[in-house]
Write a protein that binds this ligand. Structure first.
Ligand SMILES: [Zn+2]
Length: 285
């Protein structure tokens, strides 16, 4: 069996322009104040993509998407008020991750691994129905986000994580991959491997898939879109914009070393780029 990647969309989201992008050299406090004062909406609805990787060792899910329950008034804890007020979420009942997997004949317990880029609700919203799957994230991310109040302020819905949630931690047992010093193999052949891409959130990870015919880089939220990646512009509300820029530079460096198809979770071009296997080519800044 060959390695393949499939996109699974769990709805879409509209965000403030200041959440989508702000200069990295602006102070974190000022960036967040600007975001809170922003009354505009970004012109396009951003899709929410997760990825199902088929590998001879089993199915691997990268992120779990947004929950169809997110529009219920009590879905978010009070501390997530900022997220609730500053995003417009669109998702139908049948678009939840577990329903879509079921439709494909995949039971959560049969997944080899669920790898989370980070715990923001649009990436971890499917967790509530995937408790039987082995769920992995970086230790650094869990350390930063395990406190439910902090997690909620940062845009998570910790009240919907599995009961007594104790994720497994990614193990840095792989060799360096291009500019990425540590790697966390998900499969024993090292063809599906996580790498550190911090900045959007502490301990954020991306997934590299060395398929038979191409190399894919699933960014998670290390970047919202290829244009931002190319311009080395980060999202507007992370707490470490300079680190986020460092991460963007590493991703670009990796794509200069070999042809890489870069697939962000919120880029409207992701499906087409996967289908046509369009490699990302960074312009020379
Ligand atoms: Zn996201």
């Amino acid at each position: 069996m060959i390695i393949s990647i499939q996109v699974i969309q769990t709805g879409s989201v509209r965000v403030r322009p200041t959440a989508y992008q702000q200069p990295a050299n602006r102070s974190v406090l000022l960036r967040r104040l600007r975001f809170l004062a922003d009354r505009q909406w970004h012109p396009s609805n951003l899709p929410i993509y997760s990825f199902l990787i088929t590998h001879p060792e089993g199915n691997i899910l990268f992120d779990t998407g947004m929950s169809p329950h997110c529009n219920q008034s009590n879905y978010f804890p009070i501390w997530a008020m900022g997220t609730k007020m500053a995003t417009q979420m669109h998702i139908e009942a049948h678009e939840g991750m577990a329903s879509q997997l079921k439709e494909m004949g995949i039971e959560p317990k049969d997944l080899k691994a669920v790898v989370l880029s980070h715990l923001h609700h649009d990436h971890a919203g499917g967790l509530e129905d995937l408790a039987e799957a082995p769920i992995f994230m970086s230790k650094e991310h869990w350390k930063a986000f395990k406190g439910p109040t902090y997690a909620a302020i940062e845009g998570c819905a910790p009240n919907h994580w599995p009961k007594d949630f104790a994720p497994k931690f990614l193990v840095p047992s792989g060799t360096a991959i291009g500019p990425f010093e540590n790697s966390y193999p998900i499969t024993s052949d090292g063809k599906v491997v996580a790498v550190d891409t911090p900045g959007h959130a502490p301990g954020h990870v991306s997934l590299i898939v060395f398929a038979d015919d191409a190399t894919f880089f699933l960014t998670g939220d290390a970047t919202y879109g290829l244009e931002l990646l190319d311009k080395e512009e980060t999202d507007g509300i992370n707490d470490d914009p300079l680190r986020a820029v460092e991460t963007l530079r590493k991703i670009k460096e990796f794509t200069r070393q070999q042809p890489v198809i870069v697939l962000p979770s919120h880029d409207t071009k992701t499906i087409e780029n996967l289908k046509l296997k369009t490699a990302f080519s960074p312009s020379n800044l």
